[in-house]
Design a protein around this ligand. Structure first.
Ligand SMILES: [Zn+2]
Length: 508
């Protein structure tokens, strides 16, 4: 190449570089308003605050300092599918119709795993799509099977396999080693559990950061569910400062903190960021077996002449539940049943549905149904009231503690109603979790391998563009976040039950 040629090439490459740079600058800095949402399943200020004060979580601390913070009260039942669906629709479970990992069909009371197609309210990204906004959503629980949207959706739990919109993305994710869930749960040796937990978290973050760069987006939303799993498993190790595993929870949240920092940096200055959890977490000491109690009180009749194979299946299921966790169990059963959405069917609790006046909705943090097929409408309210009263007074004989913080008839806590809605909702007391199913000789069980469980207060942070600094939000609810996200884009949706938390935006 001669000298003129080299000069020409040099000049040309400078021009190319400058124009690429200015294009990037335009999209990142002077471009459009964007929203980043990071979901950290089960994150609680009870842990984050002391760690922040200790300087352990610099990125989350920075967001909190520069923005608005508060508790985020979850919904009843306090369980991920109900909670995340409330988050993403701005409506309560009474309106969207998802009440947990399992619920019962109106009329037959058949037990089923609710899917995205059972959610009766609009997702906030559908509304954004109607306004021409493009969303990238990664690992959102309750979105399986993934529906069509303006953008990209990677379903989270209880997806049986990697499922995406558009569908062809799934193969790419598989080849890159993406996973929905880390291997094992409280039945897995801790070293193995932690190794996979970290691997799955890092891979999701890596792929998320890649997509943040390669995709055009107005809304970017990523959920990490591993933060929930580690709290279920290692709470006791943390609390008792176990030599080997006592520091792992902090280490995991430091990893999350770096990930939060990377996403915020990459999202750029035109972005409003929300960091939220679907509920909080705390110590678990005992399980309470709700169907057993209903049987003892004479409301529930166990199936006596049923299929012995079904009972065997339930025993296996019960054993699995005790050693693992529900989401893992549901997934195993889903795979066992063939993996097609229409075949998702949890094992029935062996309840004699024809002769039982009341029964639970399923295995984990269940609610109670009053059997409309045998209890008249007049009697129903009385019966619900009676059960609620008994549960409010119910104490653990060994500790003298109340088992429930709240037991309420559905109409006492929710204004709306949907067909498969339970009649009674419960919030178990600190240190207890509630489990359905019958095949246990006891009401309470202690000595659990699972040592952490859910609490109703999650976390809320809004920060970045347009957010007022130093605002402490009182009484924010999980259903208020979707209206806030829409609010950033100047959109309001009257079907949402939540409201933008007061005072968080500079302009309002
Ligand atoms: Zn959760």
């Amino acid at each position: 190449m001669d000298r003129t040629g080299r000069v020409f090439l040099f000049t040309a490459s400078i021009i190319v570089c400058v124009s690429i740079f200015s294009m990037m600058a335009e999209s990142k800095e002077v471009g459009k308003q964007r929203v980043l949402v990071i979901g950290i399943d089960a994150a609680t200020w009870d842990l984050l605050n002391p760690w922040i004060e200790d300087g352990q979580l610099p990125n989350i601390a920075h967001l909190a300092e520069e923005g608005a913070i508060g508790n985020l009260t979850s919904v009843l039942p306090v369980i991920s599918p109900a909670a995340w669906t409330s988050f993403a629709t701005g409506t309560t479970p009474a309106k969207h119709g998802v009440f947990g990992y399992q619920q019962r069909r109106e009329g037959s009371y058949e037990n089923y795993v609710p899917l995205s197609t059972d959610a009766k309210a609009k997702w906030f990204w559908e509304i954004l799509g109607e306004h021409g906004k493009r969303s990238v959503i990664i690992n959102m629980p309750g979105t399986y099977p993934p529906g069509e949207l303006n953008g990209i959706l990677i379903s989270g739990e209880v997806a049986v396999d990697i499922a995406t919109y558009p569908p062809e993305l799934a193969e790419q994710l598989k080849s890159k080693g993406y996973s929905i869930e880390s291997k094992g749960y409280v039945n897995t040796p801790k070293d193995e559990f932690l190794e996979d937990l970290n691997k799955v978290t890092d891979k999701r973050a890596e792929i998320g950061l890649e997509m943040m760069e390669s995709e055009d987006w107005d809304l970017f939303f990523i959920v990490f569910t591993e933060s929930d799993r580690i709290q279920h498993y290692l709470w006791d190790d943390m609390e008792n400062k176990d030599k080997k595993y006592g520091g792992e929870m902090l280490k995991y949240f430091q990893r999350m903190d770096s990930i939060v920092g990377e996403f915020v940096d990459k999202a750029g200055n035109n972005t409003t960021t929300f960091v939220v959890s679907d509920h909080g977490a705390g110590r678990l000491k005992k399980r309470f077996y709700l169907d057993k109690w209903l049987e003892e009180q004479g409301y529930l009749v166990a199936e006596s002449s049923g299929n012995p194979l079904l009972k065997k299946a339930e025993l296996v299921f019960a054993a699995l539940l005790r050693s693992t966790g529900i989401s893992e169990v549901v997934r195993n059963f889903v795979i066992f049943f063939g993996g097609e959405p229409e075949k998702i069917k949890p094992p029935e609790i062996a309840v004699d549905l024809a002769n039982s006046k009341a029964f639970s909705s399923g295995y984990y943090e269940p609610a109670i149904y009053i059997n409309r097929n045998i209890v008249s409408e007049n009697e129903r309210e009385k019966l619900a009231g009676e059960i609620v009263e008994k549960l409010r007074r119910l104490k653990d004989g060994k500790t003298g503690q109340n088992v429930f913080i709240r037991a309420s008839r559905a109409d006492e806590i929710y204004n709306a109603s949907s067909p498969d809605m339970p009649d009674i909702f419960l919030e178990s007391n600190y240190n207890y979790s509630v489990v359905g199913g019958l095949r246990y000789p006891w009401l309470f069980e202690s000595g659990l391998r699972e040592t952490g469980t859910h609490r109703i207060k999650g976390i809320f942070i809004a920060s970045g563009k347009g957010v007022r600094k130093g605002v402490v939000v009182e009484d924010a609810s999980l259903i208020d976040v979707a209206p806030a996200i829409l609010g950033v884009f100047g959109i309001a949706d009257e079907n949402m039950e939540g409201k933008v938390p007061g005072g968080i935006f500079e302009k309002s």
